[in-house]
Structure formats: C-alpha cells, structure tokens
Ligand binder design. Structure first.
Ligand SMILES: [Zn+2]
Length: 159
C-alpha cells in the first residue's frame, strides 16, 4: 500500500467555465488556468502521482508546452491512471476537500463523485468529496480562488 497527497489552487474569475471533477458547475465565475483549470482533478492527479513518487502534474504535462493549452484535465487524469496501472497499482480510495467560499457546491457533490468514480474505474463509495468554505478568512475566504486537498491510497495488484 502507498499513500499520496495532492494540493492545488486556482484563481476564480468572471466568465470562465467552472469545472470540478470533470463536472460543469453552473456559475458566473470559473477558474483561471492554461487547461480547463479543474482544480479538483489536478489535486487528485497529484495525489496519485505522489503515491507513485513520480513528481507532479506540472512535471509530466508542463504549462509551457502548448500542446496542453486548453486540454481537458480529465484527459491528463486518464494518463496518470495509465501510469498507475503500468506499475501494477490500483486506487483503493480517495478523500478530498474543496475549499470554496463560492459557489455553494453541496448539491453538486453526488454528480462529482459519480463522475470521478467512472474516471477512476472504481465505486463512488471509494471516492469522498467534501466541500467547505474558508469561513471568510483570507484570499480563499474572499472568494478569490478555490483550493483542493486530496489524499489517496493505492494498492499493488497481486497476480
Ligand atoms: Zn491546477
């Protein structure tokens, strides 16, 4: 068994789509970034890469490389999952915390868990997604961005 931790933060701006866990959230505000800025998928990908001790998403798919501009973060997560399978590991479970002062996310969590479970080839019961505000403290509390913490456990596949 190996554990991994991932963290990501993106700035919230007007007029960008808000995509979390591959799910489009109806909002006037979205996250800024070269890709679709799916902060949840980025943190999850970093947790998986961390468990494999393979660096982070930016190392494998650099922002500076124009071929990753506007790419769906889900596509990158699928490549990370392929690395996991190549090394004969599978995801056991995943826990995440989204820190967002806005918008309210509680109603979207079941859809995000289902979508992530599909992407990660596991059951929604193995995928935990929690959302909380920053209690109006600091930049996140002013709604200037959204941050995510993710922790995963992977297990070696025994043949
Ligand atoms: Zn990111």
């Amino acid at each position: 068994m190996r554990i991994g931790v991932g963290y990501d933060v993106h700035r919230l701006v007007r007029g960008r789509p808000l995509i979390l866990g591959g799910v489009r959230i109806d909002s006037d505000w979205g996250l800024e970034g070269h890709s679709d800025a799916d902060v949840l998928v980025h943190a999850i990908s970093d947790a998986l890469l961390g468990a494999l001790a393979l660096g982070d998403l930016g190392h494998h798919f650099p922002d500076s490389d124009s071929c990753y501009r506007g790419i769906s973060s889900v596509t990158l997560l699928k490549r990370v999952m392929a690395m996991l399978h190549d090394q004969a590991y599978r995801l056991h479970n995943l826990d995440t915390v989204i820190i967002a002062q806005k918008p309210r996310l509680a109603g979207h969590i079941p859809a995000i868990r289902r979508n992530l479970a599909d992407l990660l080839a596991t059951d929604p019961r193995s995928i935990s997604v929690k959302a909380k505000t920053a209690e109006s403290l600091g930049a996140l509390g002013r709604g200037e961005g959204i941050a995510v913490n993710a922790v995963c456990l992977i297990t070696q596949v025994i043949h």
